[in-house]
Write a protein that binds this ligand. Structure first.
Ligand code: PEP
Ligand code: MN
Length: 372
């Protein structure tokens, strides 16, 4: 049945036309489901994507999940499904590897495009184990950024893979964990990826817009931002029925949404010295956006703690304002600010605004009647 489908596609003049025009499109596209859930889900996604100009079909076989007892992938049997995708649609396939055993299993199944996940890149031992298992192997290896914002760890992981003779290396920017909730699931911190791109100018830099965004509405703007910064391509999670996905449901899109995304994105002309451009305005503005978003999240957190203190003061019948405590905060902040090049005026007016808001909130809490 599947080979019928393949033959049908091969014989269809329409599919040939789509194929040839789409392949002329720019950029490197990595698309496919977060996880290989069932053979049918994997194959139906791949069939839809086969003529949409996808360079690599992705699907996680071993899934690193933050908490236990959730779906952790189908392992070996799903590698067989990926092999079928390759033979039946002609798509190149790739999956995540986290240790030498995974690498060996992939190579035994003819899968030699691999990616190292963010939770693995953080561990030099794990990356070295993977590198050692790739000695003398003809493989293409993508390295995702580590979950913590550390350019050196990311660079180091790529160097470990490089040192065993792998030439075909790509980098995937999937954003960085933030303790506080921000607009993104993972903070992009574009500057880190830019730094790594400059260090490895010949390696592809791919933006994993799904894992940065965490939600569908951000997939397009994040991908466009990456193209504006002259990234080489986009990774996006695609599922036939995203809401029903067994992992990362909120950040997956359907194949037809993928096609729309592809046609809505604009590739910029790279200009004379494209990688130099990266450090200018665009990159700096993005850093400011990231920092502003972190500042707002921190303000909210600080106010939450002030509210808790307000409740505690009320219970113990203590006055809101403790002058000595406030004087201490101001003195410490002025000293820190001066060391970091901030003027006294700025630090004072900023602290005053924060203090006024805290007092206002505590006042409300203290004067709230029980049961209100
Ligand atoms: C994934 O690509 O599905 C994945 C688990 O990615 P990351 O390592 O970026 O979290
Ligand atoms: Mn995922």
């Amino acid at each position: 049945m599947l080979s019928d489908y393949h033959e049908e596609m091969e014989n269809s003049p329409e599919s040939e036309i789509i194929e040839s025009t789409e392949r002329q499109g720019r950029g490197y596209w990595m698309a496919g489901p977060c996880s290989a859930e069932t053979e049918e889900q994997v194959l139906s996604t791949a069939r839809s994507l086969a003529n949409m100009g996808v360079d690599v079909f992705r699907a996680g076989v071993w899934k690193p999940r933050t908490r236990p007892n959730s779906f952790e992938g189908n392992g070996l049997k799903a590698l067989g499904w990926l092999e079928n995708v390759k033979s039946e649609t002609g798509l190149n396939v790739c999956t995540e590897v986290a240790n030498a055993e995974h690498v060996e299993a992939c190579l035994n199944h003819g899968i030699n495009t691999l990616w190292i996940g963010a939770r693995t890149t953080v561990s030099p031992f794990a990356v070295q184990e993977i590198a050692d298992s790739l000695k003398g192997v003809d493989a293409e290896v993508f390295i995702k950024n580590p979950i913590n914002p550390d350019a050196k760890l990311w660079i180091g992981a790529a160097e470990r893979i490089e040192q065993v003779g792998i030439e075909n290396i790509g980098l995937i920017h999937r954003g960085f964990n933030a303790y506080d909730s921000t607009a993104y699931r993972n903070q992009p911190m574009w500057q880190i990826a830019i730094e790594v791109m400059q260090y490895f100018p010949k390696y592809k830099m791919i933006c994993d817009t799904s894992h940065i965004s965490g939600k569908r509405s951000l997939i397009e703007p994040v991908a466009q931002k990456a193209l504006d910064l002259n990234y080489d391509g986009i990774m996006v999670e695609v599922h036939p029925n995203p809401d029903e996905a067994w992992s990362d449901a909120q950040q997956q899109i359907t194949p037809s949404e993928f096609q729309k995304l592809k046609s809505s994105l604009t590739f910029r002309d790279s200009g004379i010295s494209n990688r130099d451009f990266l450090v200018t305005l665009e990159g700096l503005r993005d850093r400011i956006d990231d920092i502003d978003s972190e500042i707002i999240a921190l303000f909210a957190k600080r106010m939450g703690i002030a509210d808790a203190i307000g409740g505690y003061k009320k219970k113990n019948n203590i006055a809101i304002l403790q002058k000595e405590r406030w004087a201490e905060i101001v003195a410490r902040s002025l000293e820190q600010g001066a060391k970091l090049g901030l003027t006294d005026d700025f630090v004072q007016s900023f602290l005053r605004a924060v203090h006024d808001e805290s007092i206002h909130r505590q006042h409300q809490i203290m004067n709230k009647n029980e049961g209100e």
